[in-house]
Ligand binder design. Structure first.
Ligand code: 2M8
Length: 411
C-alpha cells in the first residue's frame, strides 16, 4: 500500500529530532521541506508533526528570521555546512544558514490544527511565526511590494531559469569549493558548476555583511512572485491561527492584502504569468504558482490551459507526467536537471490546491491522481523525468512521501 510505504519513508528519515529531506543528500532540517513534512505527519502522527514545527523554530534568529537550513547534527556531510555559513550575532545556539526559504509554515500549522486542534501548541508557536512574517515585511519588501530574495536558494527553486539573468551578473572568480551535492546524485541532475560557483559567491558576500546586507547593494536580488504568494497565503492562515487562540488576526490580514496587491501588479496580461520583480524572467511554472494566493484571479484559466497543453507544461503522448517545471518547447528545457524541467511532487501539491481553490475541480483531481500514479509506479523520489517517470535526485524523499499521504487523503 502506497500510504504505508510513504509512512515508512518518513519514519526512516526521522532522526528523532527532525525528519531529513532525504536519507543521504540533505543532512539538515530544511525550512519548507519541514512544512511539507508537517502536512503529511498531520495525518499520521500529529504529536510528531508538532515536534517538527518546534525543531524548525529552534533555529529562529533573534530578528525573527527562520533559516533555510537548521543543522541539528554537529558535522553534517554537506557543503555549504555550518563552517561555510559561519557564526554571527543573532544566530541561535544551533548552527543554521543565514538565509530563509518560502514561508509555508503557517499554512502547514493551520492544516495540522484543523486535523488535530491543540490551542496550547498554537499559543506556543504562533507568536514565533508572526515574528518571522514581520521580518519579511521589515527587511525584504521592495518598493514594488514584492518580497526580495537575496539568494536563489531562498526561492526553493534554486536553478530555475527564472534566475538566469540575475545570476549572469554574479562574479564567481573567488569561489573555490568541493561539490558535495554530487556525491549521491548524478551530475546531469544537479545545477551546473557555473551556477554553483555563483551560489557560493553570493553566500560569501552575504556572510561578509553578517547576512544583513541591504537589499539595494545585494549582488543578487529578485522580487520573487512565488515566495511573495506563499507569504500572502501564510499571512491569511496566520490570521486564522491568531483567531483560534482568541486574538485579533487583522494585522496579518492587512499584510496579506498588501502582498496580494503587489502580486496583482506583477501580472503580465499578454504573457499570462506573474513576472518577478527586477528581472526579465521567462515563462516557468513559478510564474503561475502565485495563483496559490489569488484563487479568483483571471489567470486561473491560463493555468488550466497551460496544464492541458502538451507543447508546454501539460501531458504529451511521449511525456505523460506533468507539469514540467518549464515549457517543453523552451530552449532551457532540460528534462533531468533539477529545477529546469523535471516534475516535482511539492509543486503539484501546490498546484492542485490552487486549482481547487480556483474552482477548477476536475483539473485538480486529475493532477492529484496523476501525481499519485507517478509515485506509485516509480517510488518516492525528489523529482521525476516527465518522459519516463524515472526518479531523479534523492531517493526516499520526505516531502514526496508526506504529500502523497495528503494527496491520498484528498484525491
Ligand atoms: C534543494 O536545495 C538545496 C539547497 O538549499 C540543495 O540543492 O542542496 C531545493 O530543491 C530546495 O527547494 C529544497 O528545500 C532542498 C532540500 O530538499 O533541496
Amino acid at each position: 500500500m502506497l500510504a504505508v510505504a510513504a509512512a515508512d519513508v518518513l519514519a526512516a528519515n526521522d532522526t528523532g529530532v527532525y525528519v531529513k529531506p532525504g536519507p543521504r543528500q540533505y543532512p539538515g532540517q530544511w525550512n519548507w521541506d519541514a512544512a511539507f513534512v508537517v502536512i503529511g505527519l498531520a495525518h499520521l502522527d500529529p504529536t510528531r508533526a508538532r515536534q517538527e514545527v518546534r525543531a524548525l523554530l529552534s533555529g529562529q534568529w533573534a530578528d525573527g528570521m527562520v533559516p533555510h537550513i537548521v543543522f541539528h547534527d554537529a558535522e553534517p556531510q554537506y557543503f555549504p555546512g555550518p563552517e561555510a555559513w559561519g557564526r554571527t550575532s543573532g544566530m541561535p545556539a544551533t548552527a543554521t544558514t543565514g538565509i530563509t526559504q518560502p514561508p509555508l509554515l503557517a499554512t502547514a500549522v493551520e492544516r495540522l490544527d484543523r486535523l488535530s486542534p491543540d490551542p496550547a501548541f498554537l499559543a506556543e508557536v504562533v507568536p514565533a511565526i508572526e515574528q518571522w512574517h514581520r521580518w519579511f515585511h521589515l527587511h525584504r519588501r521592495r518598493t514594488d511590494g514584492l518580497v526580495a530574495i537575496l539568494h536563489p536558494w531562498e526561492s526553493g527553486m534554486d536553478n530555475s531559469p527564472r534566475f538566469d539573468a540575475a545570476l549572469a551578473g554574479v562574479p564567481t572568480a573567488a569561489a573555490s569549493f568541493r561539490r558535495e551535492d554530487r556525491t549521491h546524485v548524478a551530475e546531469d541532475q544537479r545545477p551546473t558548476d557555473r551556477d554553483y560557483a555563483a551560489y557560493i559567491s553570493i553566500l560569501e558576500q552575504l556572510r561578509a555583511g553578517g547576512y544583513r546586507s541591504e537589499m539595494d547593494g545585494a549582488t543578487f536580488q529578485v522580487g520573487d512572485v512565488f515566495l511573495t504568494a506563499v507569504l500572502a497565503k501564510a499571512e491569511r492562515d496566520l490570521a486564522l491561527l491568531w483567531n483560534k487562540v482568541g486574538r485579533d488576526g487583522s494585522r496579518a490580514l492587512g499584510r496579506a492584502q498588501a502582498l496580494e496587491r503587489a502580486l496583482l501588479a506583477a501580472w503580465e496580461t499578454k504573457m499570462g504569468f506573474f513576472r518577478d520583480g527586477g528581472i526579465d524572467s521567462p515563462h516557468t511554472i513559478g510564474g503561475l504558482l502565485p495563483l496559490f494566493a489569488l484563487p479568483r484571479h483571471p489567470g486561473m484559466a491560463k493555468l488550466a490551459d497551460a496544464l492541458d497543453d502538451p507543447a508546454t507544461y501539460g501531458p504529451a503522448a511521449n511525456a505523460p507526467w506533468y507539469p514540467t517545471g518549464i515549457p517543453k518547447n523552451s530552449l532551457e528545457f532540460d528534462r533531468r536537471r533539477y529545477w529546469r524541467g523535471p516534475v516535482w511532487v511539492n509543486i503539484n501539491w501546490l498546484l492542485a490546491e490552487t486549482l481547487e481553490q480556483g474552482g477548477k475541480l476536475e483539473a485538480a483531481r486529475r493532477l492529484r491522481v496523476t501525481t499519485v500514479d507517478m509515485v506509485a509506479q516509480n517510488g518516492f523520489w525528489e523529482y521525476y523525468d516527465p518522459f519516463t517517470g524515472q526518479g531523479l535526485g534523492s531517493e526516499s524523499f520526505s516531502w514526496t512521501a508526506a504529500l502523497v499521504v495528503d494527496l491520498l487523503a484528498t484525491a
